[in-house]
Design a protein around this ligand. Structure first.
Ligand code: ADP
Length: 436
């Protein structure tokens, strides 16, 4: 402001002097004086403009001396120098922070890949390069599914349900087992975190094999014992009342053990990663109709059972597995609902997703138990579960089957009022039959 008015005063002064000269001498002298002095003023500014331009063309203007300038130009150079210094300091701080962050993510034992909204690689750390056999310099901007080609990964990416990690074998090195977790963040970007769980998986395989082997070994002796008890009861081998009661008790416990062994073997089969899910087109309406009939015979008229088929949608997956999962939910609804209660089975299609719901008016479940229901042997009331013939493995089996089909279980319940178990299937598992 000061220099602007300074310049204005100079121009006004020159105008006044030119006016004076016009009055004292003549107009030609006045005009000559005026033009020459204005020309000198323009030359002065042009000179400093050239100095400024030269200074700004230097790559690092701050490292060279700030040009000298008189009047307004001295101030302009000083202010610009200050601005450039502040700018370069914050640039330096930013790049130091970025370098610290880069070093920290590089030192992480996990692989980290940043994916943009079209799932292209924006950045990755060295561990992820090792995990997926990629090279950031070569593969930046590449679609992740071109590099991580496992079918399960493509399906996992499509489901948009990343609450559980995905376990895959590395494509080139089958010995390496990775746990992959996608974390959406920011503006539709995703973090792909990979962990090497090879040794963990080895211990887990040993545990699974052990349980499977023990269950398998127990199967035959249990069948023999069960058969023996059955024959003893049929042929009245035991005559005393106490003996008969003991025989009934032993028969019950043997068949409970047999159910346990069968459930453990089912879980082992489901946990086996070699055991891929089949890809059948399943007529769910047919299965639900069968389950409805089975529910009627299990209930033996004690409950009001309804079946509502709102859609013809089919599912892609394993018919046996889904039948077993749905059957578990239906059986539980009947077992945990008192006589006279209601059990509704519903198959619907909503916004691209299909959903199977079993709703009962039974005993219900307290909120605190809901997250733990699918754990093995988790029971709210052990005596009630045993009384109704439960093994405590039913929902664990359901959870495994559903996760193999990228489906998820939603449980809504209120003690004393009843429960609703809904199984949501993703779009890519649902086959909608167009009518007409
Ligand atoms: P179980 O063989 O003991 O029934 P599950 O794994 O099938 O084992 O179920 C775990 C627990 O969840 C059960 O012990 C029961 O307490 C509870 N549960 C399951 N379904 C229902 C239901 N429909 N209503 C109330 N409680 C239920």
């Amino acid at each position: 402001m000061y220099h602007f008015s300074g310049n204005l005063i100079v121009v006004m002064l020159l105008t006044a002097v030119a006016g004076g000269l016009w009055l004292i001498l003549d107009i030609t002298t006045a005009l000559l004086f005026y033009s020459v002095s204005l020309l000198l003023l323009v030359a002065y500014h042009l000179y400093y403009l050239t100095v400024l331009d030269k200074w700004l063309q230097i790559q690092d203007p701050i490292s060279t001396a700030v040009p000298d300038g008189s009047g307004i130009w001295g101030d302009v150079f000083a202010r610009l120098a200050r601005l450039i210094r502040i700018q370069s300091q914050s640039n330096q701080q930013l790049s130091q922070a970025f370098e610290r962050l880069r070093r920290a993510t590089s030192a992480m034992p996990e692989g980290v890949i940043i994916l943009d909204e079209s799932d292209r690689i924006e950045w990755c750390n060295p561990v992820s390069e090792k995990h997926f056999g990629i090279d950031f310099k070569r593969d930046a901007d590449q679609q992740i599914t071109f590099l991580v080609r496992q079918q399960q990964f493509a399906e996992y990416l499509l489901t948009h349900n990343y609450s559980e990690p995905l376990v895959v074998k590395q494509a080139r090195n089958q010995e390496l087992i990775l746990s992959l977790q996608l974390v959406p963040y920011g503006d539709k970007q995703k973090l792909l975190i990979s962990r090497d769980i090879t040794s963990l998986e080895r211990v887990e395989t040993m545990r699974r094999d052990f349980v499977a082997n023990v269950s398998h070994e127990l199967r035959t002796p249990l069948t023999v014992i069960g058969g023996f008890f059955e024959t003893a009861a049929e042929e009245n081998w035991i005559s005393s009342e106490m003996g008969k009661r003991a025989l009934i008790l032993m028969t019950d416990q043997t068949s409970r053990m047999q159910r346990l062994v069968e459930d453990l073997l089912t879980l082992s089969r489901l946990e086996n990663t070699q055991n891929q899910v089949q890809d059948e087109n399943i007529n769910i309406n047919e299965i639900l109709y069968e389950l409805y009939n089975e529910a009627e015979s299990l209930s033996a008229g004690r409950h009001h059972i309804n079946l509502t088929l709102n859609t013809d949608a089919k599912l892609r997956g394993s018919a046996d597995e889904l039948r077993s999962a749905f059957s578990n939910l239906v059986t539980n609804a009947i077992r945990y609902t008192s006589d006279g209660g209601k059990v509704d089975l519903r198959w619907s299609y909503e916004n691209g997703k299909s959903v199977f719901t079993v709703q009962d008016s039974g005993i219900g479940i307290d909120k605190e138990h809901i997250p733990r229901l699918a754990e093995r042997f988790y029971r709210i009331d052990l005596s009630r579960s045993q009384e109704t013939g439960g093994t405590g493995l039913g929902l664990a089996i359901v959870k495994h089957i559903l996760s193999r089909h990228q489906a998820h279980l939603e449980i809504v319940s209120e003690p004393g009022k009843g429960s609703s178990f809904s199984v949501w299937f993703p779009e890519n598992r649902t086959v909608v039959v167009e009518n007409g």
